[in-house]
Write a protein that binds this ligand. Structure first.
Ligand SMILES: [Zn+2]
Length: 487
């Protein structure tokens, strides 16, 4: 970035003098990004404009703005876009990584995240920490624990199955669980796979009563249409969508309901695995076009959004653990985590590719195009740090996979990580685009991401809540992260 050193130091001096006399006026806090090209996912490029940031807001966008007392950033040849969201994150899933999570997002230009499941005390702490330093941490939205029926899946029964859910057994308990989470300040509710239709309905109705969205996985004892009609707002990983597209969808769902009722002594995690193994590929191989159309029409009619986490689903095909460039992202993890991940991925490399996985991966990739055909909105999310996905870096990877394997255009992929999540949280007047009056959560890029989605990685500066992290500051932060790692 070409900051004028003289202008910067003068401005800093004025700023410091003013600080000492407790008389900070707006003018000293302004930043002007001059002659930059703005990325607009609908209209394309808005070339060669000046963007004036005042405090934490975009004050003005125009040609040749003349403003005094500003820190000027020369945006010539650069691109300015809205800060990115990762809409599927687990801040408290892996204790070894927790301390680095927020910084990993900032260095990668992820200025907002949506936590989709964790113990309430832990994720609340992240949310509080982030809100206390809004210029140096992403905005954090939380779901709290997954609300699950018996036997719940994430029950803490082993290291890979942490206790990040809250079990409910009756309609009363389901309502109470949601009321309690609302009291704790969650931003949405996540419903999970073992809920019965009655419990699921209680969760959705209670959440709606509080004005909160319900996301989650389609419960194994329900059809997609039923969950969408009840008011489920969004679905993670396209989980269990295929089961309602099968020729025998109606018969199968009753069968699963009976199996779950008869398996209450099982561990939830292994019961769920058994049901996925029995029904997932068989459903895909017996898709009935009318049932498929009914599912997609129902999602569109009910405005039920999708967070496909496509890179996660395609992990077995794309094998990021064999990619040396990806392995380098582990340098930014704390040493203990990097070691665990290296050992974990090394063992993955030796596993033969199971052709059965291809059935699901092919179906999942095709669904992205179907969502577009049916006008079903999509949000980019990663599920990091699950399955060796490095926080921050993994969102750029998700965007690339949505384009390469989901056949999205770069503009559509960027929309899924900017405009759409802002809309999802009803923050479209504050975030999601580069427009006057909005919060200055921005990315300054060296290369045009509409030409090549990989260019979202060409980060020259990250602006969070009006504060500029220039390339030097980002490099320092990266080195700090690395120093906690192995190097
Ligand atoms: Zn997840």
């Amino acid at each position: 970035m070409n900051l004028s050193p003289l202008r910067l130091s003068l401005s800093c001096l004025v700023f410091m003098l003013c600080l000492s006399c407790h008389d900070v006026t707006d003018t000293e806090l302004k930043v002007l990004i001059s002659n930059v090209s703005i990325i607009d996912v609908d209209a394309g490029i808005l070339p060669n404009v000046d963007v004036l940031i005042s405090g934490n807001r975009i004050e003005k966008i125009g040609k040749d703005l003349s403003v005094s007392h500003v820190n000027e950033i020369d945006g010539t040849g650069k691109y300015l876009m809205a800060g990115l969201w990762d809409a599927h994150v687990h801040l408290s899933f892996e204790p070894d990584i927790e301390e680095s999570m927020l910084d990993l997002f900032i260095v990668n230009g992820i200025t907002s995240i949506r936590d989709t499941g964790g113990q309430i005390d832990k994720v609340k702490k992240f949310k509080e920490e982030a809100s206390q330093k809004p210029t140096h941490a992403p905005r954090v939205k939380i779901a709290g624990p997954l609300v699950d029926g018996p036997p719940r899946v994430y029950d803490g029964s082993s290291a890979g199955v942490p206790d990040i859910s809250q079990g409910v057994n009756t309609v009363e308990e389901a309502k109470q669980a949601v009321d309690d989470l609302v009291e704790q300040g969650v931003d949405l509710i996540k419903a999970y796979e073992m809920l019965t239709p009655e419990l699921f309905e209680a969760v959705v109705t209670t959440a709606k009563g509080h004005g909160l969205k319900v996301t989650g996985h389609i419960p194994l004892s329900m059809k997609v249409q039923q969950a969408a009609d009840m008011g489920m707002s969004s679905i993670e990983h396209m989980r269990n969508l295929e089961m309602s597209m099968a020729k025998d969808a109606d018969k199968n769902v009753l069968e699963r309901r009976a199996l779950i009722a008869a398996s209450q002594d099982s561990l939830g995690y292994s019961l769920r695995s058994r049901l996925h193994t029995s029904y997932r590929n068989n459903s895909i191989l017996s898709i009935d076009p009318e049932n498929k159309n009914n599912v997609l029409t129902s999602l569109a009619k009910n405005d039920t959004w999708q967070i496909p986490t496509l890179a996660l689903i395609l992990s077995w095909r794309l094998a990021p653990w064999s990619d040396t460039q990806w392995a380098e992202t582990y340098d930014y993890l704390p040493a203990s985590a990097a070691k665990t991940w290296e050992e974990g991925t090394a063992s993955m490399r030796e596993l033969p590719v199971d052709p059965k996985r291809e059935i699901f991966m092919t179906w999942a990739s095709e669904m992205i195009g179907e969502f577009k055909n049916y006008n079903i909105p999509v949000m980019a999310g990663t599920d990091c740090p699950i399955f060796f996905l490095t926080p921050g870096f993994s969102l750029h990877r998700e965007l690339e996979v949505l384009v390469a394997h989901g056949k999205m255009t770069p503009a559509e992929a960027i929309k899924s990580a900017t405009v759409n999540p802002a809309l999802y949280f009803d923050m479209q007047d504050e975030l999601g685009t580069v427009e006057e009056g909005k919060i200055a959560d921005l990315l300054l890029l060296d290369k045009n991401p509409l030409e090549n989605i990989k260019h979202t990685r060409s980060i020259s500066a990250v602006i969070k809540d009006g504060y500029v992290h220039d390339s030097q500051a980002l490099e320092t932060l990266k080195q700090t992260l690395k120093s906690k790692g192995r190097s």
